[in-house]
Design a protein around this ligand. Sequence first.
Ligand SMILES: NC(=O)c1ccc[n+]([C@@H]2O[C@H](COP(=O)([O-])OP(=O)(O)OC[C@H]3O[C@@H](n4cnc5c(N)ncnc54)[C@H](OP(=O)(O)O)[C@@H]3O)[C@@H](O)[C@H]2O)c1
Ligand SMILES: *[C@@H]1O[C@H](CO)[C@@H](O)[C@H](O)[C@H]1NC(C)=O
Ligand SMILES: *[C@@H]1O[C@H](CO)[C@@H](O)[C@H](O)[C@H]1NC(C)=O
Length: 378
Amino acid sequence: MKKISVILMGCGGVGRQLLQHIVSFRSLHAKMGVHLRVVGVSDSKSLAVPVDVLKEGLDDDLLSEVCSIKSAGSALTTLGALGKGEYRVFNGSESIRETEEIAQLLGKSTGLVVVDCSASSETVEILMKAVDLGCCVVLANKKPLTSTLEHYDKLVLDPRRIRHESTVGAGLPVIASMNRIISSGDPVHSIVGSLSGTLGYVMSELEDGRPLSQVVRAAKTLGYTEPDPRDDLSGMDVARKALILARLLGKRIVMDSIKIESLYPEEMRPGVMTVDDFLQNGIAKLDQNIEERVKRASSNGCVLRYVCMIEGSSVQVGIREVPKDSPLGRLRGSDNIVEIRSRCYKEQPLVIQGAGAGNDTTAAGVLADIIDMQDLFP
Ligand SMILES: NC(=O)c1ccc[n+]([C@@H]2O[C@H](COP(=O)([O-])OP(=O)(O)OC[C@H]3O[C@@H](n4cnc5c(N)ncnc54)[C@H](OP(=O)(O)O)[C@@H]3O)[C@@H](O)[C@H]2O)c1
Ligand SMILES: *[C@@H]1O[C@H](CO)[C@@H](O)[C@H](O)[C@H]1NC(C)=O
Ligand SMILES: *[C@@H]1O[C@H](CO)[C@@H](O)[C@H](O)[C@H]1NC(C)=O
């Protein structure tokens, strides 16, 4: 049986779902000849590890306990207070040091996958160390890949040791498909995608003639948006995904070189206007302009979509008119979609579409990434 050791950073919605998948798919993995050993789980404050990482992983009961503690909103430190079982809990800077120690111990010997399911920009330092120590890296977190080019280059230095399928379109095989196209020498001419479930929903509702303010309020009530919907409306999350795709195509760019259209103006930004004020008063001021754009698009046989566009040296994120009868134009609801045009996919683009968010699909993407690196393990 191949043993794949894993350290998980972040046990929010995605991280916990990953732990649950690992535990419940044990027999499936056994049939495939692999066993996943979880040798560490961390949240923003602490890290739980088995007493002897060389001998054993955290046991499944403990992993379930971690999930229930975290879904109850408690910190992982509470595990330490329980004081039972064959594990230890480290706090604060000690947990970072311990993670590095485990990377040192396992990275070059039995191998270790460092999985980042946090939403933090602080994990990048640990990831850099882990790469140096010969570890593999799997990311659901976009921030390490959208940091400086120096960080990016180091992360992808050995492409066999990094997977990040869930950073773009959750579990959808966008990165894997692109890697296959790239490695076959098929030059990618353009990528156009709708990569935000929230903005996908908003744009397709606008098409039916509903005002922006109403649609956004409804989206928030349905739980489709971040707690502050402006985090979605700013386009920043889509821009991060665009940057990851552009860098995958070899473009040497940083976040600042991406042209991003925000759906709200500067004077309504967080810090100037509260969320409530924005939703009750601010956003309604944007209704008319959007309504006119929707009508103009419609008279051209088009609909509006919030897309990322990568073509030549240009990377842009914003509202575009797209033909009603194109794959993007037909998109409804919160699905993600990516259209890739290349030499082989010229007249008709390669289209990848489906759920682009959700803890389950995202965690499934992370798990598949881990299993995909099994050949690097003894
Ligand atoms: N949910 C989706 O549909 C989806 C889809 C695609 C990609 N993603 C990405 O997947 C990641 C996780 O998403 P999520 O929804 O699970 O987020 P989340 O619920 O906010 O969970 C984030 C977790 O990371 C922990 N954390 C924060 N800083 C950390 C650090 N420095 N070291 C270790 N752990 C740290 C948090 O700890 P505390 O519990 O102590 O706060 C929390 O447990 C994000 O990067 C997100 O963008 C999510
Ligand atoms: C993901 O998990 C979080 C935390 O458990 C939860 O609040 C959220 O509703 C989940 N999202 C989905 C789409 O299941
Ligand atoms: C970690 O912090 C928790 C709560 O603050 C405390 O109960 C525990 O003793 C600390 N553990 C260590 C190893 O310092």
